[in-house]
Design a protein. Structure first.
Length: 325
């Protein structure tokens, strides 16, 4: 099967925003039935898979959810795997976004969410023509995907990404001088000049997006940046997430990425290091000014990325295909 339906498949974790801001031109190959495997077997913090399954099936897609570990059998007949915010068992929380739960679970060490065998299997599968999307956030989620990302030549900064010019300290506590964390714009080069940012039509063109924090990464070699951090960005690397002191170790991450794509053998990889890329139009509209306007094109950028994975953007001589089983 030719892997041309990646864009629709990956939207399983991204509800299509009900707004004219998103260019919803039908995908060329949307009528073909393909299979998406959503990773829900590694204590993933991103929920909502079931609520989107009906919509995906209406598009003629076969949706599967992985509730265990990756093995050869789990990948049989699968076209795309999507991983979003996994955790190792020791750092897992049963009720996301409750501070007391995180306080109990987010204690070092922060091991990989994936075993060596799973990582080898996924790398071989992508190299043979599969499609993989990895979305993570600040530590310890970044730690949980570090080994998996490294297998694809991607280096992860395990910390919290901040613009140092917008940070301050009051009574030994870290405070932000302005709302938000990272604004990426075409006019200053932080939003890269890439076919994904250009889109297929003027309606899909991206001029700015914004993310709320997250982490950072960079490829060891190759790849295409989408969202590149400016020179004043640092990674604050505390021992325990969100517990910052004035002497907390810092790592310069200017020029590192929060969004990018990499070709891997006959397959493709997309990586984002902030969950804000999954923001729906409804969530953006509920934000406070100017954050709501800055994030307005976030859903379109992610949709463009998925269309790049489907070779509907930058359809050069290279074309992926589902790995033979």
């Amino acid at each position: 099967m030719v892997m041309r339906n990646v864009a629709l498949l990956a939207i399983a974790c991204v509800p299509l925003p009900s707004t004219a801001a998103i260019a919803q031109e039908p995908l060329t190959h949307a009528a073909q039935a393909s299979t998406l495997l959503i990773d829900a077997g590694h204590y993933n913090l991103v929920s909502g898979v079931d609520s989107h399954a009906d919509w995906l099936e209406e598009q003629g897609l076969r949706v599967q959810v992985l509730h265990g570990k990756f093995d050869e059998e789990s990948l049989v007949g699968v076209d795309v795997v999507m991983i979003a915010s996994p955790s190792a068992p020791s750092n897992a929380v049963s009720e996301p976004w409750l501070d007391e739960k995180f306080a109990a679970a987010w204690q070092p060490p922060f091991p990989s969410a994936y075993s060596h065998d799973e990582i080898e299997l996924l790398h071989g599968w992508v190299d043979a023509g599969g499609g993989l999307v990895i979305i993570f956030d600040h530590m310890p989620v970044s730690n949980a995907v570090e080994a998996l990302a490294a297998a694809f030549g991607v280096e992860v900064a395990n910390g919290h990404a901040f613009d140092e010019t917008r940070l301050g300290w009051e009574d030994g506590r870290l405070v932000r001088k302005e709302a938000g964390a990272a604004l990426f714009r075409r006019d200053d080069g932080t939003l890269a000049d890439h076919p994904i940012a250009e889109g297929r039509t003027p309606a899909e063109r991206i001029d700015s997006v914004a993310l709320g924090g997250g982490a950072a990464f960079r490829p060891v070699s190759g790849g295409g940046a989408l969202l590149k951090l400016g020179p004043s960005f640092v990674s604050l690397n505390p021992e325990i997430p969100w517990r910052f002191l004035e002497d907390t170790p810092r790592q310069a991450i200017g020029g590192w990425w929060q969004g990018g794509v990499v070709k891997v053998g006959r397959g493709r990889l997309a990586v984002f290091s902030d969950l804000g890329i999954l923001a729906t139009a409804e969530e953006v509209a509920a934000g406070e000014p100017p954050w709501d306007e800055w994030q307005r094109q976030n859903p379109q950028l992610f949709l463009n990325t998925l269309r790049w994975l489907a070779c509907e953007i930058e359809p050069d001589e290279w074309a992926p295909h589902a790995p033979e089983q």
